[in-house]
Design a protein around this ligand. Structure first.
Ligand code: HEM
Length: 608
């Protein structure tokens, strides 16, 4: 073992240090201030040695982390934060507890100086490595800043326009762009197949791992474990299961139609986005927990606690912090964190539902409990959280967008109303029976407007996946293992290759099985539609989402005459639509909804 001695004698502001046989002078960086230096003599040198050793091991750790993770900073950042805290703790302990006579401020100042040096040195290494040809992703084009840091992605995510930023990057750099130190965006339909749908499709990234108490479907990253967990969910979202949800769905939809008409009568117009979010929340809570003592009606109370907006905020913060996951793990524990509030809400509801003796119908929760040998409350709470967030945020934003597109396009508005009113006249109304609701699935214009709005309204950036160890070929190019890859969904939906010469136009005709829709201008490549993701991790609630959207469109247009409010500015509204995984609609969608009196009810709701 090497013996380390510090010679206390001063040599003009420097100290003599013996490392075993070797001796050398340690220059005093604060010279010429010998009085201060003398004030805490040996303490400073000891700290200096501690820091040098720590810096060295920290440097080693960081280098190992970033070589192993190919420049991915997640674990390195956590290690750096932990070490910085440790440095400070030791400095304070030394100065305050062990040697209280030494000046705390000076010691802290020295500590801060050395920490800054450490980080500067480590970061300079990172930056040089990330832009150097040694980096495994060097050959992929992309802005220099993006090669160094995730900040441009985080910044555009915070401004809610990351989907547009990715379109811009692809226009400038081509189909493959390095968007971050370790992330690549690939704008290609065949890449979506390899990454999401093929037999060797990739796992989810670390960003999905929220370290929640219980494991839940959405947060499982590995395909095999995920497949096991998905089974009860698949059963809960089968055709037969959804038929059980039809009656509750009619009930919440009736409350929604009433609310639109009532508010229009009272105030002249109504904010569609606000009401539809409350409807989506009420429906999600009812279908998930069976309505036994757990139901609530935000539509009736107008949601004084703004509960319906919390799933959106949770999802948005989850996404923003996917660029800084370590910070998310700290912030999510704060009581004011919306994520924690939704987590607590789900836990409370899961607990109540588990204790419920009778339920009104076979809800989603029943399938989870059936599947488990011993129900685990934490896992049930996490799946409840996923169900509430997934079925509120997406349905509410997508339904708002469908209505926006229909109401802004008089031709399709008329065509849809005509189709619905012909299919469900007063003498053969829409009812909560399977035959009646299945008839909705067969209406071509209804399906076409939904597909088209889901295409244009899915302003999603991409669903990140990680290349397996050993690397993978995507579109004939080898990507190193550990690289985070994603397909930019909005760019795919606006690609002329997939959707013809006018991909940005709202034209449901492209989805109709008519001769017109076969023209090149009106192309609709179903395989390129990624609104619900794709492959084994795709949206398990897709069937329910279509059912719900068809039903709400049918009920609203059969029972109400709806139009946009006076002075509604379509361009401004559309410009206010942003995305941070959750779709954020910044402007109200003011509509006037009046009850139709002309031809009697085209819908008969179940009696209460
Ligand atoms: C229009 C409405 C909807 C859209 C656009 C949508 C979209 C998506 C997308 C893109 C994913 C994949 C996310 C990822 O890989 O990171 C997903 C997953 C999921 N969605 Fe939906 N969703 C909708 C409605 C619903 C509904 C009604 C439910 C019902 C509970 C639901 C439950 C889920 C769940 C549990 C997952 C995770 C699936 C898994 O990991 O296996 N979604 N959704």
């Amino acid at each position: 073992m090497v013996e380390v001695n510090i010679d206390d004698r001063r040599h003009n502001g420097a100290s003599l240090i013996h490392f075993g046989e070797a001796s050398f002078y340690c220059e005093d960086p604060w010279h010429p201030h010998p009085p201060t230096v003398r004030a805490y003599g040996r303490a400073r040198e000891t700290l200096a040695i501690f820091f040098c050793t720590a810096m060295f091991s920290h440097g080693l750790h960081q280098s190992a982390a970033f070589v192993a993770l190919r420049g991915h900073m997640v674990q390195g950042d956590i290690a750096a934060a932990a070490l910085a805290t440790l440095y400070l703790a030791v400095a304070i302990l030394y100065a305050v507890v062990l040697q209280p006579e030494w000046a705390l401020i000076t010691t802290l100042w020295h500590a801060a100086y050395l920490i800054t040096l450490t980080f500067a040195a480590v970061w300079i290494c990172f930056i040089v490595y990330r832009i150097s040809p040694l980096h495994p992703l060097h050959k992929f084009p992309g802005p220099v800043l993006n090669r160094v840091t995730e900040l441009p992605l985080a910044y555009t995510a915070a401004r809610l326009n990351r989907h547009l930023y990715l379109c811009q990057l692809h226009d400038q750099y081509g189909p493959v762009v390095r968007t971050g130190p370790n992330s690549i965006s690939i704008n290609s339909k065949t890449a979506a197949y390899t990454i999401h749908k093929s037999a060797q499709c990739f796992n989810k990234t670390e960003a999905y791992d929220l370290h929640l108490k219980g494991e839940g479907l959405f947060f499982i990253k590995e395909r095999d474990r995920h497949a096991m967990r998905r089974r009860p969910w698949n059963r809960a979202m089968s055709n037969e299961a959804i038929q059980e949800y039809t009656e509750p769905l009619f009930r919440t939809t009736q409350a929604f139609v009433d609310r639109l008409a009532r508010d229009t009568e009272a105030k002249g117009s109504v904010d569609f986005v606000r009401c539809v979010t409350q409807w989506a929340f009420d429906t999600a809570a009812l279908i998930t927990f069976g309505g036994n003592g757990t139901e609530m009606s935000l539509l009736a109370s107008d949601d004084p606690d703004e509960l319906a907006d919390k799933p959106r905020i949770s999802l948005a913060s989850f996404e923003f912090f996917s660029h800084l996951p370590w910070l998310f793990h700290i912030l999510k524990h704060f009581p004011a964190s919306v994520f924690r509030q939704v987590e607590e809400f789900s836990l409370k509801q899961a607990e109540r539902r588990l204790q419920a003796e009778k339920i009104q119908f076979k809800d989603i929760f029943s399938y989870w409990v059936e599947d488990a040998e011993q129900p685990n409350l934490d896992e049930l709470a996490t799946d409840s959280l996923s169900a509430i967030i997934a079925a509120t945020e997406t349905i509410s934003s997508m339904t708002s967008l469908v209505f926006f597109f229909i109401l802004s396009n008089p031709h399709w508005h008329r065509a849809l109303c005509t189709e619905l009113r012909a299919a469900f006249p007063a003498h053969a109304p829409l009812t909560a029976s399977p035959v009646s609701t299945d008839a909705l699935d067969a209406l071509p214009i209804l399906t076409a407007v939904i597909h088209e709005a889901f295409r244009l309204g899915a302003v999603f950036a991409g669903l990140s996946r990680v290349v397996p160890p050993g690397g993978a070929l995507i579109d004939g190019v080898l990507f190193p293992g550990g690289t985070v890859v994603s397909v930019p969904i909005y760019a795919q939906h606006l690609s002329a290759e997939n959707f013809g010469a006018e991909p940005a136009a709202f034209n449901p005709a492209r989805w109709l099985p008519s001769a017109e829709s076969n023209s090149e201008n009106l192309k609709a490549d179903r395989g390129a539609l990624l609104t619900f993701g794709a492959g084994p991790f795709n949206c398990v609630g897709q069937r329910l989402a279509y059912k719900q959207t068809r039903l709400v469109l049918a009920c609203v247009f059969l029972l109400l005459d709806v139009e946009l409010g006076d002075g509604f500015d379509k361009e401004r509204w559309w410009a206010g639509v942003g995305n941070l995984r959750a779709t954020v609609i910044r402007e109200p969608l003011e509509v006037r909804a009046r009850r139709r009196v002309a031809s009697g009810p085209g819908v008969v709701f179940p009696s209460a």
